[in-house]
Design a protein around this ligand. Structure first.
Ligand code: NAD
Length: 515
């Protein structure tokens, strides 16, 4: 039965409707059952709520050349002995803990204080604040809701709906028994201290407690969250439980010492690299010496860069939220990882100021001559204009939704290959599943075991998508695409969606609907 979507009056285009274009295209191509389409078109649940936080007192820098600062020229420097009492925040402020006053020698005038070697600061009183929070549970027909938690100043319902739906497609493509979800808080984490972010995380999980669980909804790290945040969420969820260990699978991406999986930290970057290896094998392309540009040097970008460098690729440029750096014969990636991620002074975890490279304007980043581009930051970075300028053979989407539909069309026109996000960055969620399995079984697998399983999973699903795209059904020892090919060719993004939708639809068709 082939039922086409009804044309309705034109609606405002949003990130969500834009992303759903691929869904509808693939649903049309497979003749998706109309009720299944309705089930998948919108999320199961949209939880929108507020979390409040007591924001601490702050010291906010006063620049010496400000007019206001002029009046405090002769203010003597204060000294505080409780060294850790001033907690630096990434935006340049300090949180002023009360213990700062212990054994201190302080001069304050009109609320302004001079800290030796640091300059003038204005004391700003703390206050309670509220933040909008979200958890979108898109679909659970294949298993518990699964998806990351993002803390960012630009998030909203439309974005989280998009990312939650992406998780439904991604878990299906990875062939793991999970559904899709996403959530987070609209906040700029760079303006808050570690302790404030801990309190915010606890409050977020407190409000979601009834909606989460190892068999219900399982968060993981995303932009601006990490294993530390997952540990805090797990603590909140298991607080008061007599058997807390039974609930360790409520979050994934944990530190390996508290139930995390070996290999999880690098899993998304590793998955990106397995896709690139498969692409290179298929095209007869030699990876050693290949030139790569990477946008985003966080969890995904830095891991992908490190692993590619280990394969002999040259990472010639990196762009992040604060800077773009370039070195034509290849960056020293190990040194860059150290500079960004293992340097407590580098509060913004940025490549800005890395001594082993030249700083260039962001506008020049996408023009750099390279073989492979890995967008691994935020969405919508490769639009039609960027797609016109890139000088690469392959774009591999480490980030979620980095290419706009216009970008897609231009890349296709220019015959630049694309490995779409829902397979390229599925490594993270795949190892999250392995972590969850280890938690349920109380096991701890080696990194070799984890990576061997991940490699098999990513490469076999990648091969199925490639076969769908070329309409070449095949069965080999490592993959079987016969069930998924549709009798015509499709671009890689549509092919990936076809695989996801066929796997999801099977549940509805075989299990039926509860009425
Ligand atoms: P992260 O917070 O560790 O790093 C994000 C990086 O992007 C940082 O280097 C930051 O400086 C950079 N960035 C932010 N805004 C930017 C801008 N405007 N221009 C250029 N760079 C910018 O995040 P992450 O976990 O590495 O996630 C990156 C992307 O990968 C996101 O789209 C996320 O949804 C996706 N993803 C992550 C995982 C995972 O396991 N971490 C899994 C699947 C997908």
């Amino acid at each position: 039965m082939r039922v086409m979507r009804k044309e309705s009056s034109p609606k405002k285009q949003t990130v969500y409707t834009e992303q759903m274009e691929t869904f509808h295209r693939a649903a049309d191509l497979i003749g998706m059952h109309p009720r299944v389409r309705l089930e998948l078109e919108e999320p199961d649940f949209e939880h929108i709520f507020y979390v409040t936080l007591d924001v601490r007192d702050r010291l906010v820098p006063l620049h010496e050349d400000d007019e206001e600062a002029h009046r405090f020229k002769d203010l003597p420097a204060s000294s505080m002995k409780a060294g850790d009492a001033l907690e630096p925040i990434a935006n340049g402020d300090f949180v002023l803990h009360r213990r700062a006053l212990l054994n201190a020698d302080i001069t304050v005038r009109e609320g302004v204080i001079r800290i030796a070697n640091r300059g003038l600061f204005k004391m700003v009183k703390g206050e309670p604040r509220k933040f909008k929070a979200y958890r979108i549970q898109h679909n659970q027909v294949r298993g518990p809701y699964k998806g990351g938690v993002r803390f960012h100043k630009d998030v909203g319902l439309d974005l989280f709906k998009t990312l939650a739906a992406e998780m439904t497609w991604k878990t299906a493509i990875a062939d793991i028994p999970f559904g899709g979800a996403k959530g987070g808080v609209r906040i700029d984490p760079q303006a808050y201290s570690r302790e404030e972010m801990e309190h915010l995380t606890l409050r977020y999980m407190y409000k979601l407690k009834n909606l989460m669980g190892p068999f219900l909804d399982i968060p993981a790290p995303d932009v601006n969250t990490n294993g530390e945040i997952m540990a805090i969420m797990m603590r909140q969820f298991t607080d008061g439980q007599r058997t807390p260990h039974a609930f360790r699978g409520v979050v994934t991406g944990k530190d390996v010492r508290i139930g995390g999986s070996e290999g999880r930290l690098k899993a998304t970057g590793q998955g990106v690299v397995y896709c690139i290896e498969e692409w290179a094998r298929d095209k007869g392309f030699q990876l050693p010496g290949a030139r790569v540009i990477v946008q985003g040097f966080g969890n995904v970008g830095s891991a992908a860069a490190e692993l590619l460098a280990a394969l002999g690729c040259r990472i010639v440029a990196v762009n992040d939220a604060n800077a773009t750096i370039h070195k034509d014969d290849g960056l020293d990636v190990a040194a860059l990882v150290k500079y960004v991620h293992e340097n407590p002074e580098n509060l913004k975890k940025t490549v800005l100021g890395f001594p082993g490279a030249t700083a260039i304007p962001k506008a020049d980043f996408w023009n750099i001559d390279a073989d492979i581009a890995i967008p691994a930051a935020l969405g919508h970075e490769i639009d039609g204009n960027v797609a016109e300028t890139v000088k690469v053979k392959l774009v591999v989407e480490g980030a979620n939704g980095p290419t706009t539909p216009d970008g897609d069309r231009v890349l296709a026109m220019r015959k630049i290959d694309l490995i779409p996000d829902i397979i390229a960055n599925a490594g993270g969620v795949t190892v999250s599943y392995y972590e969850w399995l280890q938690n349920q079984r109380m096991e701890h697998w080696t990194e070799q075991d984890v990576n061997a399983r991940l490699e098999r999973a990513i490469k076999s699903n990648y091969a199925i998508i490639r076969d769908i795209s070329r309409d070449q059904p095949a069965k080999t020892v490592t993959h079987d695409s016969r069930r998924y090919c549709i009798g015509k060719t499709a671009d890689m993004r549509t092919a990936a969606m076809i695989l996801a939708l066929k796997r999801i639809e099977a549940h509805y068709l075989l299990e039926g609907f509860s009425q």
